[in-house]
Design a protein around this ligand. Structure first.
Ligand code: CS2
Ligand code: MG
Length: 403
């Protein structure tokens, strides 16, 4: 079997997605997600100009050799653009291999280790009444776990709060990222009270998570983790920018609140200290941003040696193709933790018809051969790319901060 064509499809059914379609001389095709929110065109160029020409004529079954060739052959290694491009190829080749075998991908990854995949959803609110309504809405959808994000007193635009955040939008003229505002002191003073109110309203059993989104110093993260201990969180995510892996040693010394990190990481080297010293409890990388199924399953094996579990990143900017690959991995690995599932718009599901199902808060990849997903290129072409940046974050004095 040989690869005879590979095409990059850029579409925007409500938000931008980058998809690679690989075609073989036997008519079997594979899909891979290469969406990098806010930098989509960089991955499109990397794939079209530097990867696709190298794929033509190669054997799609040689997944590991192709992965290693793309990783080592570029000389310049790692990074979100490179690893998203390599991920798309890796996933497309796994899709092809599983289709040729006539099996759903999870069967090639060791078969099912569980009956279904537990998820968590997003709840947010500018204030407690709005937050409580949002939590009730997720509970009504069956989510067994809920991420809680709220406004911060005195701030106008805050990450993760639907009415306050620009989400993934741009300024009206489409040219520049929206500027959101931040005040760490106000955030640290108000958040414990929010979780106290949530526990009062919804009780001690509800599984709650929170995303600090890289905004704290290690000592501030240590304080927040400690202040949240009475509210028994499933995890505190991205408590501090983790390029400085050593910083998590300080956090870990001060709090027993479980920690989740890694959605912006793209190789195992980003995790070496964090996993090796068990400084975190969940690894967050997505198939799309970590180079594909092949390296992510290796990361999960490394994590398993340190009682660390998976928590694959699953916001709306992971396409249904990336989500399908995640669910196959989630079903197969032993040290599964939880799967983030923000869901997609109805139009996105139409562009990407898929076998995976979301029922009462749990996902299943389905039994279709391969990933179990297709791309309606005609419908995709009706929704062309729209320039969109992630917001940026500034402190009250105008200093740029982590978003
Ligand atoms: C967030 C993401 O879901 C999460 O944990 O950190 O929504 C993140 O903000 C986006 O994926 C950025 O594109
Ligand atoms: Mg996050």
């Amino acid at each position: 079997m040989k690869i005879v064509d590979a095409r990059v499809v850029l579409t925007s059914p409500g938000r931008n997605f980058v998809t690679l379609r690989v075609e073989t001389d036997e008519g079997v095709t594979g899909l891979g997600d290469a969406t990098l929110n806010g930098r989509e065109l960089a991955v499109v160029g990397y794939l079209r100009d530097h990867v696709v020409p190298l794929l033509l004529g190669t054997d799609p079954h040689r997944i590991e050799d192709t992965w290693q060739s793309l990783y080592r052959g570029a000389y310049w290694r790692r990074g979100p653009v490179t690893m998203a491009a390599i991920a798309a190829v890796d996933v497309a080749l796994w899709d092809i291999k599983a289709k040729v075998a006539g099996l759903p991908l999870y069967q090639l990854l060791g078969g099912a280790s569980r009956e279904r995949v537990r998820t968590y959803g997003h709840a947010s609110g500018r204030d407690l009444p709005e937050l409580f309504d949002s939590i009730r809405a997720r509970l009504a959808e069956g989510y067994p776990a809920i991420r809680v994000q709220t406004g911060v007193p005195g701030l106008e635009r805050v990450y993760g709060v639907h009415h306050l955040s620009a989400g993934h939008g741009v300024t009206p003229d489409g040219a520049r990222p929206v500027v959101e505002d931040w005040d760490t002191g106000a955030y640290l003073r108000s958040l414990p009270g929010v979780f106290d109110a949530v526990r009062q309203e919804f009780g001690p059993e509800l599984v709650l998570l929170h995303d600090a989104h890289h905004r704290l110093t290690p000592i501030q993260a240590a304080r927040l983790g400690k202040d949240l201990e009475p509210y028994d969180l499933f995890w505190l995510e991205d408590c501090t920018p983790a390029e400085n892996q050593d910083g998590l040693r300080l956090v870990r010394r001060h709090t027993t609140t479980p920690l989740a990190i890694g959605e912006v990481f793209n190789t195992v080297f980003d995790y070496q200290t964090l996993v090796g010293e068990q400084l975190i409890d969940y690894v967050r990388s997505a198939v799309t941003h970590f180079g594909g199924v092949s390296p992510l399953r290796k990361l999960f094996d490394f994590a398993a040696q340190h009682q660390i579990k998976s928590a694959i990143h699953g916001p709306e900017d992971i396409s249904p193709v990336g989500m399908a690959a995640a669910i196959h991995l989630d079903l197969a690995i032993h040290n599964f933790g939880i799967q983030e599932y923000a869901g997609h718009t109805a139009l996105t599901h139409e562009v990407f018809p898929h076998a995976y199902t979301f029922t009462d808060g749990y996902l299943h990849p389905g039994e279709a051969p391969g990933l179990g997903i297709e791309l309606d290129e005609e419908l995709a072409s009706a929704h062309p790319y729209e320039p969109a940046y992630l917001p940026i974050n500034r402190l009250q004095d105008g200093t740029i901060h982590d978003w």
